[in-house]
Ligand binder design. Sequence first.
Ligand SMILES: NC(=O)c1ccc[n+]([C@@H]2O[C@H](COP(=O)([O-])OP(=O)(O)OC[C@H]3O[C@@H](n4cnc5c(N)ncnc54)[C@H](OP(=O)(O)O)[C@@H]3O)[C@@H](O)[C@H]2O)c1
Length: 274
Amino acid sequence: MPAPGSALVTGANRGIGRAVALELARRGCPVVATVRDPATAGPLLDAAAAEGLPVTVAPLDLEAVTPLDLPDDLRVVVNNAGLQTGYLPVEAVPLDAVRALVETNYVGQIAVLQQVIPVLRRRGEGVICTVTSAAVLLASPFYAAYRASKAALHALVETLAVELAPFGIRVLEVMPGPVATDGLAGSEYLPAVELPAYRAVAERMMAGRDATRSLAVTPEAAAARIVDTVLDDDAPMRTACDPVGDDLLAAWRSTTDAQRLARDLARYRPGVDA
Ligand SMILES: NC(=O)c1ccc[n+]([C@@H]2O[C@H](COP(=O)([O-])OP(=O)(O)OC[C@H]3O[C@@H](n4cnc5c(N)ncnc54)[C@H](OP(=O)(O)O)[C@@H]3O)[C@@H](O)[C@H]2O)c1
C-alpha cells in the first residue's frame, strides 16, 4: 500500500491500540485515535508529540456510538477497542457481563463499521483490520462469554471480506495471543476460583499465569506486526501478531475439531497444569 492515507484506530489511549496508533503514524498515516474518555489520552498525545507524529484524538464509546468526524482520505481502520471480562463458568457468568461483552465487542464494532464502510466504499479502497483474540482458538474454561463475543467478529470478518472485495476494501482479522497490557493483567485473577465446583481448574489456570506472562510480547511488538499486515496488500485475511498467536493459529488450521477438543480436555483436566 504505497500512499497510506489516514487511519482510524479505536481504543487508542492504552495497550495495543495506543501502540498501533503511534506505529501507523510513524509509517506515514495521519491517525484519528479514538478514546472513551479524552482525559485519558495524555500519554498517547505526549508520545506522539515527542516524535512529531500526526495523531488527533476523538471520543468514542462502543456502548453508545455517536457520529464520528472521519477524514476524507480515510484508508485504514483498526477496530482494536475491546472489553476483556466475565471470566466465569457459563452457569455463573452474570448476564449483564455477557451483554456488555456483546455490546462492546460486537454491536459497537458494527456501529463503527456502519460509519467507516461508506467512506471507504466511495473511495474504492482501504483496509479494515479487526482485532479479535487467539483465545477463540483454544477452549479455555471460563472464557466462553469473552471468546464468543470475539468469535462473532471472527464470522463477521469473513462475510465482510466477501461483501467489500468488490469495492477494493481489504478486510483483516488479527488474533493476538498474550500481549503485556492492562487487559492481560486483568485476566490473571479468575473469579471462577471462588466457586467450589470450579476452584481446582481455576487455581491451576491462575498458577500458570507466570508462564503466560513470560510468553507475552510488548504492545509495540504486537503493533509492528499488526501494521505490517495492514500495509501489506498481499497479507492473508487472518493472522496473529505474536508467537503464541502464530502457534495457535497454525494448530487450528492443521487439526480437526476432535484433535483440538482432545488437546483442550487434556490441558484442562483435573491434575494437569493449565
Ligand atoms: N492483551 C492481550 O493479551 C490480548 C489478547 C487477545 C486479544 N486482545 C484484544 O486486543 C484489543 C486491545 O487489548 P489490550 O490488551 O490493549 O486492552 P486494554 O489495555 O485493556 O485496552 C482496552 C482498550 O479498549 C477500550 N475500550 C474498552 N471498552 C470500551 C468501550 N466501551 N468503548 C470504547 N473503548 C473501549 C479501552 O478504553 P478505556 O481505557 O477507556 O477503558 C482501552 O483503550 C482488545 O480488543 C482485546 O480483546 C488482547
